[in-house]
Ligand binder design. Structure first.
Ligand code: PMP
Length: 414
């Protein structure tokens, strides 16, 4: 494994780490080891600079001003839309809608799609490994419209049981919504196959890509996915910003989610006509600096290259699994063949929270708990897990520090 550390690394990891100011800091007297990237990622200097530049040089509202600053702000905002379009290879800018994040994007589709298409007796399919944000919005609309929520089960490895999925597909299913990558198990779902099966029955698919966008190259046209959502903060951009991709043919048929400025063409007291896509779904002053920061973040990520990131992270992930496996009584929660990003584990019967607290004192940031996936924890009959989640700026040495930290905590807690 020593050999792995020096070969095949497709970028200069030290240069990359130097671009993230927070990675130079210390926590409790130790150099920070940040392994909570599934919760949120750190920001490179170029993203931080883009926000400062916006506020110091062209802060202004977008779309409605003829003055210079407003034009600059509009240009920056709309450039971000084009960058996002290109990043996921969407066919048109009108298919890129700015949201507050993954949760907001799912709520938008749930409310608007259900209003147009969901009838009593219909069903929506989700999976056993959902983040709460891909459960609750669908529960709400199913209650509103008298529809049923159905769940693709998973096995002990944390892999979806596709033969059961086949059985759920029928002509009352209106939509399938599932995660590309699970945030608590790391499972990368076979989304091509899942989409293909749904499309055979003309059922659209939404991919929650909150945990995929920073790890895998995504091509919405190749996937032929109908809706795809992600959060900017999971891909090195600011919080409060996200993207909803939707095929124009669906978005055109869906009513606005919220009313207000920007989303209208004309308003009288009697009648309003709605704006065209994508603005129909963007009521009110948007998160302008969020879009500008996201633009910088996506460009930065592209400059490193998703293929390079994927290659490096696969080596790092493999190394982490191998090294963590040397810890007595450690068991992995989720052992799917294809995994990325997050590694979930339990050590003996030590409560994940106690382990997390000791690791924190050693400067190691991991997440403990249910990770907003309570049904996953219920399935495995555990209160929560210790989750280490990686990014391309993490190193093999940091994996070593995690392993040493867990061994030390285990000795203290056993
Ligand atoms: N889905 C998944 C798979 C996630 O990991 C997360 C964030 N943990 C979300 C949805 C929600 O993302 P946000 O809180 O940014 O809306």
């Amino acid at each position: 494994m020593e050999k792995l550390k020096s070969i095949d690394i497709p970028f200069d990891i030290h240069k990359i780490r130097a671009e993230f100011p927070i990675l130079q800091t210390e926590v409790h007297g130790h150099p920070l080891v940040y392994l909570d990237n599934a919760a949120t990622t750190q920001k490179p200097q170029v993203v931080i600079d883009s926000l400062v530049e916006y506020y110091t040089q062209y802060n202004s509202n977008v779309h409605r001003g003829v003055h210079h600053l407003s034009q600059l702000a509009t240009d920056g905002f709309e450039a971000a839309r084009r960058t996002a379009q290109q990043y996921i290879n969407a066919g048109s800018e009108s298919e890129i809608i700015f949201t507050k994040g993954t949760t907001d994007g799912i709520n938008l589709v749930a409310q608007s799609f259900a209003k147009a298409f969901l009838k009593p007796g219909d069903s929506i399919i989700i999976s056993a490994m959902e983040h709460h944000s891909n459960i609750v919005p669908w529960q709400i609309v199913c209650q509103q419209y008298g529809a049923e929520l159905k769940v693709i089960p998973m096995d002990e490895n944390g892999e979806l049981i596709l033969s059961e999925y086949d059985k759920l597909l029928n002509d009352r299913v209106r939509l399938v919504s599932l995660p590309y990558v699970s945030n608590s198990l790391g499972t990368v779902n076979p989304v091509d196959l899942i989409i293909e099966k749904a499309h055979k029955s003309d059922i659209p698919v939404l991919l929650d890509s909150a945990q995929a966008i920073q790890h895998l190259p995504i091509d919405v046209q190749k996937l032929d996915v109908d809706f795809l959502v992600f959060s900017s903060h999971k891909v090195f951009g600011p919080t409060g910003m996200g993207i909803l991709y939707g095929k124009e043919k669906w978005l055109d048929l869906m009513p606005p989610y919220q009313g207000g400025g920007e989303m209208i063409k004309t308003v009288t007291f009697e009648k309003t006509t709605y704006n065209e896509l994508p603005f129909k779904f963007e009521a009110g002053t948007p998160h302008i600096e969020g879009a500008i920061g996201l633009d910088a973040a996506l460009k930065y990520t592209q400059s490193i290259g998703l293929e390079n990131i994927q290659k490096y992270e696969a080596l790092l992930y493999q190394y982490a699994i191998e090294q963590l496996s040397t810890i007595d009584s450690l068991r992995f929660i989720g052992q799917a063949k294809h995994r990325a990003g997050a590694v979930s584990m339990m050590v003996g019967d030590i409560h994940p929270f106690d382990m997390g607290e000791i690791l924190d004192k050693l400067g190691i940031a991991v997440r403990t708990g249910h990770h907003c996936t309570e049904p996953v924890m219920n399935f495995f009959k555990i209160p929560g897990t210790i989750r280490a989640s990686f990014s391309f700026y993490n190193t093999f040495e940091e994996v070593d520090r995690l392993v040493t930290g867990i061994k030390r905590a285990k000795a203290m807690l056993s």
